[in-house]
Each structure stands twice: as C-alpha cells, then as structure tokens.
Design a protein around this ligand. Structure first.
Ligand code: GUN
Ligand code: ZN
Length: 429
C-alpha cells in the first residue's frame, strides 16, 4: 500500500559546497510530501503534486515537521557505546585505558549482540538510519552488527577490526587470520540485504605492513567493498607512525603502499595532513570523515572542513562514538559549525545538513540508496520537530526563513527533536 508522509521538505538540487550560495542549492517545500511505495521513495515535492499522483495512498500528516533523509553516520565504533564519555585521556592513552578493555568484553557474543542492538536503537532514536561502524577483532562482532541492522531494515557498513601489533593480548590477530576472517565475513554479508562490508584495519600503529598488504590484496579481490581506517588524528600518533614506518613519505603512504586508498576508502579524522596527502586523497577519490565531537573530546585538533572540500576531497560527517561524545548527528553538526568558526569559516546550515546526509552517503558511495529524497532511494526518513524545547521554540518563533527556523535545532537539538523515523518505509520511531 502506497503511503504519503506530509510535512516541510528540504531537497538538495546541488552540492552546497560547489560554489553557488548554499541556500540556493536547496528546494524548500513549506507544504511538502514524500510518496513511499515498496520501501522506496517514489516521489517527493509539493504536497498537491504528490497527492495527485497517488490519490488512494494512506496519509501520515507530520504537520510542519521537517522531513529529511535519515542521517548517515559515516564513522563510528559500536563496541565503544559502553565507554562513551570516559574522562581525561588523549588518543593513545584513551585507547589503552578505556577502549581496548571495552572491546575485550565483546569476546562474549551475547555482549556483542546486546551492544549492537543498543547502538542501533540509540542511532534510530537520534534520527540516524545508516552507519559505518568498526567492530572488534572478533569476527562475531561483525556478525552481531549486521544481524541487528538487518532486523531493523537498516543499510549499514561494518567490518571486523584488524590489529596485529601494539594491541593487548586478546585483541591481537595476524595478517593471515585478519585476511581469512574478513574474507569469510565478506562472503557472508557483503551485498546481503542492505549490508556492505568495510575492510577494517584499525590504523597503522596497530596494523603491520604485512597485515596492510594482506588487506590491500583482499580489497583488490573485492573492490565493491569499502575500506575504513584512521588517519592523522593526533600529532603524537603521526609521530609514532613516522617512527614505526620511516620509509613512508607520510602517514597516508603507509596505506597507499598497500593499495589501501581509492574510491570507497574512508579515512577517519585526517586532521594533520601534509600537502602530498591532500593531493593523493583528492586524486584517488578517497573520502575523509570529519568527527568533530571526537576531535574536541579527545583533544585531537581542528579539522578544516572548508579547506578539505576546496582541496577536492570527499568529506563525510560522523559521531565517532565512543571517541565522540554524542550519538546525535544534530549535535555533531553543531560541533562542525563551532570548529568551522574557529577555523574562520561559518558553515551554512545547508552545508551542515548536506554533510550529515548526502555528503556522508557519497563518502560511503551509497548516495543512490541513502542520504537523499530522490525518487528510487530507500525511504529512510527522519521528521524533525523544529521547536522541540522551549529554548529552541522561542528562537524559531523569530525566524524569518527556513534556515533561521532550522539552525536553532542544529545547534541545540537532540533526540527530543526526532518526531518520526522511517527505515525502508517502515516507521521505527
Ligand atoms: N584510532 C585508532 N583507533 C581509534 C578509535 O577507536 N577511536 C578513535 N577516535 N581513533 C582511533
Ligand atoms: Zn574511529
């Protein structure tokens, strides 16, 4: 049965970073509608036009709530949900003190299942309908996440995290087991339903050249998979990589040498980049993922989003929980805005919204399926209440256009702003 969801709509006609004034890249329908048929978006636009196309369709009236594509979180760690908001450490210490012990607990498959279910339910409650998540070293961590996502109808990317050095006993593999267990997971999950496999070396400090070589070969044999890792997050980490791999021209080179760059490569953070790295990221069609709440929480540095986009590099946006301090892509957009201000660039609300939807979908090379309201995309939607708290509502009451109406929710909103969530056309919230 076809359904029509009515509300306000914002739809991108172009990339708001491409040069035109950002507000002009977006169509606003004050009275809009999305027509859903068989889990997909059949059409989106002004309500009268959409209603005329499907006169028999059942209606869900969301009033003046803003209907958007569900948010896409392009980098996170579901095994770290249990250690989110852990105090006082920077990256390497934080990994050793909180993260690795937390990931060790996923040796228990029941715990992995519970963490996966909890994380995906938290994501949905915050309006996030797709995520790219790291697992742990345990193959069953990837099984648990893919199974929980399939049960919720969600399009996700994930992979077993590979580490064969500088990792504690119990979170340690080797090049061959990383390759073989990842290959078995690809066969089991990649392309099954809405799942995509992401080959996942954690980062160069915990993956030897032999492991990166094996995973590069695996990616070459499975080129439709994604590849996710970390790059140049903290200055101390970059110095450590220089010590570990003195032959490399720079940090990116430690991946590049083994075939781990290119379309479908996702590099989390990428804050402290050399000019050569910027050039190669752009030329190769790799994506970097901005994790602003994490970058301030762990004290990593200020990612220059405007410059990175201007360099021709694909950029997605992500929570990076549990290094990030919020499950909310609204809070994440707010943090991206604040960091942009510190770098001298006020990102327009249209640009923030784009990063959290189509930009992240493009980073994941999934923009044909998620991240837009284009006909043919999955009906993964979020409806936002633009007056979800008294503080937000009073500011919105003074708004003179849709951007002024939306920006208080971007800056001050959270899961209370999420009035509805649909995944493949099914209402979940
Ligand atoms: N670098 C290597 N592993 C991690 C991780 O789990 N979180 C973050 N933020 N950075 C990393
Ligand atoms: Zn990460």
């Amino acid at each position: 049965m076809d359904r029509i969801v009515t509300g306000q709509l914002l739809r991108f006609a172009a990339d708001p970073f491409a040069g035109a004034p950002p507000a002009e890249t977006v169509r606003h329908d004050a009275r809009g509608a999305v027509l859903i048929a068989e889990g997909r978006i059949a059409a989106a636009g002004p309500v009268d036009e959409i209603a005329a196309r499907a006169p028999g369709a059942a209606r869900v009236d969301m009033g003046d709530r803003l209907i958007l594509p569900g948010f896409v979180d392009a980098h996170m760690h579901y095994p770290q949900t249990g250690i989110v908001a852990s105090w006082g450490k920077r990256l390497i210490d934080w990994l050793e003190t909180y993260t690795f012990p937390g990931e060790m607990r996923l040796a228990d498959p029941d715990h992995a299942r519970a963490q996966a279910e909890l994380t995906l339910d938290l994501a949905l409650a915050h309006g996030t309908t797709s995520l790219a998540s790291f697992g742990t070293i345990h193959a069953h961590s990837a099984d648990a996440f893919f199974a929980a996502a399939a049960a919720r109808g969600m399009a996700v990317a994930a992979g077993r995290t590979c580490m064969d050095r500088n990792a504690p006993e119990g979170l340690h593999d080797d090049a061959a087991s990383a390759h073989d267990e990842s290959a078995a997971l690809i066969a089991r999950w990649h392309g099954r339903g809405r799942a995509r496999y992401a080959i996942t070396p954690r980062f160069t400090p915990t993956s030897s050249p032999a492991q990166l070589e094996a995973l590069g070969a695996l990616w070459a044999a499975n080129p439709t998979c994604l590849m996710q890792t970390h790059l140049s997050e903290q200055v101390d980490e970059v110095a450590w990589v220089r010590e570990l791999e003195p032959w490399a021209r720079d940090y990116l080179d430690t991946y590049e040498r083994h075939g781990l760059i290119g379309p479908g490569a996702l590099f989390g953070h990428a804050i402290h980049l050399e000019p050569r790295e910027r050039e190669r990221l752009a030329e190769s069609g790799s994506a970097v993922v901005h994790c602003p709440t994490s970058n301030t929480f762990i004290g990593s540095g200020l990612f220059d989003c405007a410059r990175t986009v201007a360099d021709g590099i694909r950029v997605g946006l992500a929570t990076d929980t549990g290094g990030g301090s919020s499950f909310s892509m609204l809070r994440t957009m707010a943090a991206a805005y604040e960091i942009g201000q510190l770098a001298g660039t006020a990102l327009h609300p249209a640009q923030l919204l784009w990063l959290a939807t189509e930009g992240s979908a493009r980073a994941l090379r999934m923009e044909a399926e998620i991240g837009t309201l284009a006909a043919g995309s999955a009906a993964d939607l979020v409806a936002l209440d633009l007056g979800s708290t008294p503080a937000i509502a009073q500011r919105r009451a003074r708004a003179e256009d849709i951007w002024e109406a939306l920006f208080p929710t971007i800056m001050m909103g959270d899961d209370r702003a999420v009035a509805g969530v649909w995944v493949a056309g099914e209402r979940r919230i």
